[in-house]
Design a binder for this molecule. Structure first.
Ligand code: NAP
Length: 443
């Protein structure tokens, strides 16, 4: 029964994969949503580029408009599902300025202009909700902002890009090549025709910036997120990882570095980075298959938590958007200060060179006496301590020189030391090539 409820005007910007599903649920679940929000949510219009374009779901023609700016005027809640930076940014600022609460799934916008939007909202006491911007349907923003508000998050490791997880998972399970699985993923709709944003880690980096900012109460700009993609992961690297008891995942790692007096006066700093990493097979993140996402959070008091589920998909993402719409409606009714972003910790964000991790280095070397000692010497000189070393013969010495592959597992080392050491290995006469250098996470 919605009759007694106050009515709120909801403007929707975008009716694509997510927006069309949001519009549909707003209309078909109207009574339930009103009961949960304590307000009737009247969808007053839907802005699109082309009002005559075919839609995934039937939407009343009279709700569609190409005039987004006009639609925002007078709205109580604006749901932005257009994507991209402009005109999404200007429309959100306009909505906030006019006293609306905003719901958005736009990770690209939040990662680049988040502080501007949050500050604008702060000034007028409005709120900006963005549960769907990271890991689609999975509740992770609200748990970090609300549920863990009394705790201290130390570290987040997220599989936050479904496309790359789909590709790496199939390479791992089927022993297939990157290019073959990518082509298949494109055919099946798991990867875009231009897969750069996914396979080069740009999408995951945007999500890392959002998660690190929220978890560590610090503004982490996208430029400060170290990013590496998965295009160098070939069948050989995958096989070696499997052989060593690991699975390779593209991880967004957000970390609070503590006890490092050299990093800041408080001995604390924040690191955010995206790279393919070796994850032990027994770690919960190793069992995240297909296009699913998962975010593993380590907090001081709560311990280890994992949030798992669909990281994308129109209707799945619409679930997270509608949860935000209900929150926005409750705040709009209750008044008071909106859910602002806290940046009170304002910790320095450090570059990857100072981060410490364990590594696995795979080399092809001349299969000759004394080579292992030379390699071990270069590592020791670079302050990289060896934990494990395994050698296999790649090519017997039949007239020409023999070739061996050695896989070195290191103890924790500083990234800068490791990278200088790898350069020296590369330059050494006994090393034919550095096959791969991967970080080990989650052990
Ligand atoms: P989409 O399918 O490309 O839909 C975009 C919609 O916005 C379309 O309806 C388009 O109109 C409209 N639009 C774009 N530019 C416009 C403009 N300048 N003026 C008016 N309307 C405009 O996008 P989506 O996949 O639904 O994604 C929407 C947002 O959700 C993005 O920020 C995305 O990153 C985020 N997100 C998506 C998913 C997912 O699974 N798809 C998951 C998590 C987060 P037309 O229809 O007329 O072209």
């Amino acid at each position: 029964m919605t009759a007694d409820y106050r009515r709120l005007r909801v403007a929707l910007l975008g009716a694509g994969a997510v927006g069309a599903q949001v519009a549909n649920l707003l209309r078909t679940h109207a009574d339930e949503l009103a009961d949960r929000a304590g307000a009737a949510l009247d969808l007053v219009g839907i802005a699109v580029r082309d009002v005559d374009a075919p839609r995934d779901v039937d939407l009343p023609r009279e709700l569609l408009t190409a005039d987004a700016e006009k639609l925002v005027v007078g709205a109580d809640i604006v749901i932005e599902l257009m994507g991209g930076i402009e005109p999404a940014r200007s429309l959100i600022l306009q909505a906030i300025g006019a006293g609306a609460d905003v719901v958005t799934a736009n990770k690209a916008l939040l990662a680049t202009h988040g502080p501007e939007l949050f500050e604008a909202a702060d000034q007028v006491g409005a709120s900006v909700h963005y549960e769907a911007a990271v890991a689609g349907a999975i509740p992770i923003i609200r748990p970090l902002r609300d549920s863990l508000a009394g705790d201290r998050v130390h570290r987040i490791m997220g599989i936050v890009n479904g496309t790359t997880n789909y590709i790496l998972d199939r390479m791992d399970r089927e022993g297939s090549d990157f290019a073959d699985v990518l082509a298949d993923a494109q055919r099946l709709g798991y990867a875009e025709a231009d897969p750069t944003a996914d396979v080069e880690g740009y999408d995951a980096a945007q999500k890392a910036a959002i998660l690190a900012s929220l978890a560590f109460h610090t503004s982490v700009p996208i430029e400060a997120v170290h990013r590496e993609g998965i295009t160098a992961i070939d069948k050989g690297v995958m096989d070696a990882a499997r052989h060593a008891g690991y699975v390779i995942k593209l991880l967004a790692v957000c970390e609070r570095l503590t006890g490092r007096d050299e990093l800041s006066p408080a001995g604390e700093a924040v690191s955010a980075r995206v790279y393919p990493a070796l994850v032990p097979r027994e770690h919960p993140l190793a069992s995240v298959h297909g296009a699913n996402n998962a975010v593993f959070v380590q907090a001081e008091a709560a311990g280890n938590l994992m949030f798992y589920g669909a990281g994308a998909g129109g209707v799945q993402t619409a679930s997270a958007v509608l949860g935000d719409v209900v929150s926005a409606a409750r705040r709009h009714i209750a008044g008071g200060v909106g859910v602002g972003e806290s940046t009170r910790a304002n910790l320095p964000v450090v570059e990857i060179g100072v981060v410490t991790t364990r590594y696995q280095i795979t080399l092809e070397v001349a299969d000759e006496p004394g080579v292992l000692a030379i390699v071990a010497g270069i590592l020791a000189e670079g302050r990289v301590s060896i934990a494990t070393m395994e050698q296999t013969v790649v090519r017997e010495a039949n007239g020409q020189g023999g070739l061996a592959r050695i896989v070195i597992g290191t103890h924790t080392a500083v990234e800068r030391d490791l990278s200088e050491t790898v350069d020296r290995l590369q330059a050494s006469d006994v090393v034919e090539r550095v096959v791969s250098v991967l970080r080990v996470e989650g052990d």
